[in-house]
Design a protein around this ligand. Structure first.
Ligand code: NDP
Length: 269
């Protein structure tokens, strides 16, 4: 898959959680468009393997061991990217987690873990790249929300709250930093086939590889919509949704839903 709408040669992207799932899919897409990519994650083996794969696409890549809940590590992530790749033009604030439970069953520590990973880290990562973006005369930030940003999620109330927060943080940063030529946009994916959603399928067995069942609305959807797309397919959807160098240049504060049909979850009931 090639991203001919983009030419990102000479640009440097940092992708948090770029060592797997959606983050790796996006990192591959950026590399295919010519960007050099810093892959940030906690699991060093996954990161090394992602970096090797990205380098095979003909760009430079560096792996950074970063826990995004640690503000010092986030600051170091940006400094290490500058040192290794010579700049930072794009931040993909993708790292995220989830524990699925009934709202009444969460411990407060679990609330904090999810909020710190999914929401606070987006803020600290954005703060960390801001001085470099300002110095360079602009930059791009893409945050990753969820359909839960809009609809809520009965078995993942904390996750939904963080993803709702990501949307308003995106809009606020877009507005605050528009005059610095920093565009901030948010992607809201539907269900994508990753480790995260494989976990969901263990908790919610009715979410099969193909969502099915004649008693629910999914039965009336085409099979292409009922399937869990891969991260590669999500990247292709981003392209098909009209993401291009030009739109990326001009749009800010955008909240883009992809594969929305998947968000309605009658299968949970
Ligand atoms: P995965 O579980 O497959 O990947 C999560 C990534 O985040 C991993 O690369 C992981 O790296 C990284 N990560 C998690 N916690 C931390 C941390 N504290 N510090 C650094 N890195 C961390 O999930 P997905 O790819 O599915 O999810 C990616 C994003 O997309 C998340 O924000 C998620 O909420 C969102 N999303 C996913 C959907 C889906 O259907 N899959 C739908 C909607 C949104 P490591 O293992 O090295 O820590």
């Amino acid at each position: 898959m090639e991203f001919k709408q983009f030419d990102l040669h000479g640009k440097v992207a940092v992708v948090t959680g770029g060592n797997g799932g959606i983050g790796l899919g996006i990192a591959r897409g950026l590399a295919q468009a010519g960007a050099d990519v810093a892959v940030a994650g906690r699991n060093a083996d996954k990161t090394a393997s992602a970096v090797a794969e990205i380098k095979e696409l003909g760009v430079q890549s560096v792996g950074l061991n970063v826990d995004v809940v640690d503000e010092d590590q986030v600051q170091r992530m940006v400094q290490d990217t500058l040192a290794a790749l010579g700049g930072v033009d794009i931040l993909i604030a993708n790292a995220g987690t989830n524990f699925r439970k009934k709202p009444e069953e969460y411990a407060l520590a679990e609330w904090h873990k999810i909020v710190d990973t999914n929401l606070t880290s987006v803020f600290t990562c954005a703060q960390a790249v801001y001085p470099e973006f300002k110095r360079r005369g602009g930059g791009k930030i893409v945050t990753i929300g969820s359909m839960a940003s809009i609809f809520g999620f009965d078995v993942a109330a904390v996750y939904a709250a963080t993803k709702g927060g990501v949307v308003q943080l995106t809009r606020s940063l877009a507005s605050a930093w528009a005059r610095d030529n920093i565009q901030v946009n948010c992607i809201l994916p539907g269900w994508i086939d990753t480790e995260l959603t494989q976990g969901a399928r263990r908790v919610l067995p009715s979410l099969g590889g193909v969502l099915s069942g004649s008693k629910d609305a999914y039965a009336y959807l085409p099979e292409s919509v009922r399937k869990f797309p891969s991260a590669e397919e999500l990247a292709r959807m981003m392209r098909d949704a009209g993401f291009s160098e030009v739109s990326f240049e001009r749009i800010t504060g955008g909240i883009v839903c992809l594969h929305v049909a998947q968000a309605f979850l009658p299968v949970l009931t």
